[in-house]
Design a protein around this ligand. Structure first.
Ligand code: ADP
Ligand code: MG
Length: 140
């Protein structure tokens, strides 16, 4: 498997509970490297743009409101098979269905307030990484 990059976001429910370090430790323990990271507060318009693929879903409005409700930490993770590896560490979308030991199972509060975002394909990872970061901000 190749070395990949993926976009991760520590969501407002997790930053609010001061879980940034605990979540980052999960990535590092699994062998992923944080090669870019910044804390920011998305505007509603930025959240809408980021989640545009979900614009026809019933949860879109609520999701965009939530993602712009407080600080997030956006990060680029790098490592072997990073996209799938990060999805595995995160666990299923609904924390109630996520495997024991995953971030969402251990830290998620609900299907919406599920602590982290992770890209779902290498193609989307590229698009999502450039949404948040310039080349200058990513340091391997
Ligand atoms: P994932 O984040 O696991 O890739 P999706 O891309 O399907 O999941 O959804 C994006 C985000 O929208 C989820 O992480 C979650 O915060 C929220 N979400 C997904 N499904 C629901 C739902 N049925 N109700 C409320 N929020 C949801
Ligand atoms: Mg998704």
């Amino acid at each position: 498997m190749a070395i990949q990059r993926t976009l991760s976001i520590i969501k407002p429910d997790a930053t609010e509970r001061n879980l940034t370090g605990s979540i980052n430790a999960r990535f590092e323990q699994a062998g992923l490297r944080i090669i870019a990271q910044k804390r920011l507060h998305l505007t509603r318009a930025q959240a809408e743009k980021f989640y545009e693929v979900h614009k026809d879903k019933a949860f879109y409005d609520s999701l965009c409101e939530y993602m712009s409700s407080g600080p997030v930490v956006a990060q680029v993770l790098c490592g072997e098979d990073a996209v799938a590896q990060n999805r595995k560490i995160m666990g299923a979308t609904n924390p109630a269905n996520a495997e024991i030991g995953t971030i969402r199972r251990d830290f998620g509060q609900s299907i919406e307030h599920n602590a982290v975002h992770g890209s779902d394909s290498p193609e989307n990872a590229q698009i999502e990484i450039s949404f948040f970061f310039s080349q200058l901000e990513i340091v391997e």
